[in-house]
Ligand binder design. Structure first.
Ligand code: SAH
Length: 403
């Protein structure tokens, strides 16, 4: 039986020739054969030219995701093995070693970053001895068993755990799934090290795969600016930026978050690193409301971190999200003492860095504060962005100095 064949509409091969891995449903002229979800299809241009081999996803707007653009490369367990080996090799080379953590054991990192590591739909994060995976597309799902076998072969581990409890799976017609894929179940909390600080990570129930690994470099940077400062860490999660602020000599840190569970863990993370409890406060509440309360009470800070969740999932939500970003940034500008620093982030992929900068600039104007950008921040180096896949760039941040 010949392989299923997907032919594109005329002109719609352009993005593939630039090696973008997504084929949208609207680009498909016809499908021959009867591929099941996740099956490999041969992709052809309208003029009959072979283009790629891709994983088929009948329910998704992204109808197929390219595994390979090389005609002689078949999608097999060996193929997966070589892609994983490439991702791991990149992380072992010196380019990935992280500035301030270079002297420390890096026990938590992203090993595979999906499309940007040429493995569409696949995320693998390491937390000490445990690997945590997300299978986000039908293609990734189909090869789950082989992926687990390859990981067991290439990365020494105590256990592999699945955290495919994410909304994007619904778009692929896949149910949410969590559980042990191989080896031992992870403990309630896994202890990791980052920049010489220790953190407890709830890989079974925490956000994403348990920790915001993408902010690692930015947390280290913050430590260098924190000395003697009164810090407000808004949207704190388990206190990552707060711990690094104290390590950098901050006078005091408030961790603000709406999640009680996250702040309980933040408290434990502060204790684990041995900081004097009087240097930290935990405030449970809605940041939009609490920042207003602080403003009304005349509270002032020397350094504020704003690291909110994704406000916009799609283009249609950009306007509302922009209002949300502007609101919290405006409040933050009002709460900063002269000479204060704002570390402000957006992880909404649909809000690009130019728009984000404009939102922050508007907030400063409305707050009546003059500010300068000292640095532009992005996701850590273990979350690379393939040049052919600009969608992989989602985290952006600014460090602003306020007059
Ligand atoms: N800076 C953190 C990650 C922040 S993730 C780190 O480096 O680990 C975003 C956090 O915002 C989550 O912990 C979530 O609980 C919290 N959050 C979401 N909406 C909120 C709101 N309205 N007010 C306060 N916290 C909120």
């Amino acid at each position: 039986m010949s392989a299923p064949k997907l032919t594109l509409k005329s002109g719609r091969e352009k993005s593939l020739l630039r090696r973008h891995p997504w084929i949208f449903s609207g680009a498909v002229e016809r499908l021959e054969g009867d591929p099941q979800p996740g099956d490999t299809v041969e992709v052809y241009a309208a003029d009959g030219r072979w283009l790629a081999r891709a994983a088929y996803s009948p329910r998704s707007q992204i109808r197929a995701r390219v595994w390979t653009f090389a005609e002689d490369e078949l999608v097999t367990p060996e193929f997966l093995r070589s892609r994983f080996a490439r991702a791991l090799a990149a992380r072992q080379s010196s380019v990935f070693s992280l500035q301030s953590s270079a002297n420390h054991q890096l026990s938590a990192a992203r090993l595979v970053n999906a499309e940007s590591d040429f493995l569409p739909g696949l995320i693998v994060d390491r937390y000490a001895d445990w690997l945590v995976c997300q299978f986000l597309s039908t293609g990734a799902e189909k090869w789950k068993r082989e992926v687990v076998a390859v990981l067991d072969e290439l990365v020494p581990n105590a256990g592999i755990y699945e955290r495919s409890d994410v909304d994007v799976r619904a778009k692929e017609g896949l149910p949410p799934v969590t559980g042990v894929l191989s080896g031992a179940p992870p403990p309630e909390l896994v202890e990791i090290e980052e920049h010489g600080c220790r953190f407890l990570v709830d890989v079974q129930r925490g956000h994403k795969t348990g920790f915001y690994l993408d902010q690692r470099d930015n947390r280290a940077l913050l430590a260098g600016y924190a000395s003697g400062r009164e810090v407000l860490n808004a949207f704190a999660y388990t206190g990552g930026f707060g711990v690094l602020a104290l390590k950098g000599g901050a006078a005091h840190v408030i961790n603000l978050d709406s999640s009680t569970a996250a702040l309980e863990l933040a408290q434990r993370n502060f204790e684990l690193s041995g900081f004097d409890g009087r240097r930290a406060t935990h405030h449970i509440g809605d940041a939009f409301a609490v920042l207003r309360q602080y403003r009304d009470a005349g509270r002032q800070f020397d350094l504020i971190v704003l690291d909110p969740p994704k406000f916009a999932e799609s283009q249609s939500q950009v306007e509302r999200a922009a209002r949300g970003y502007k609101d919290i940034n405006l409040l933050a500008f009002k709460l900063l003492r002269p000479g204060g620093l704002l570390f402000t982030f957006s992880c909404s992929g649909v809000i690009d860095s130019a728009l984000f900068q404009k939102i922050v600039a508007d907030a400063a104007v409305d707050a009546g504060r003059e500010a300068q950008i000292l640095r532009r921040l992005a996701q850590s180096a273990d979350h690379p962005v393939a040049l052919s896949f600009p969608e992989g760039e989602y985290l952006k941040g600014l460090v602003c100095l306020v007059e």
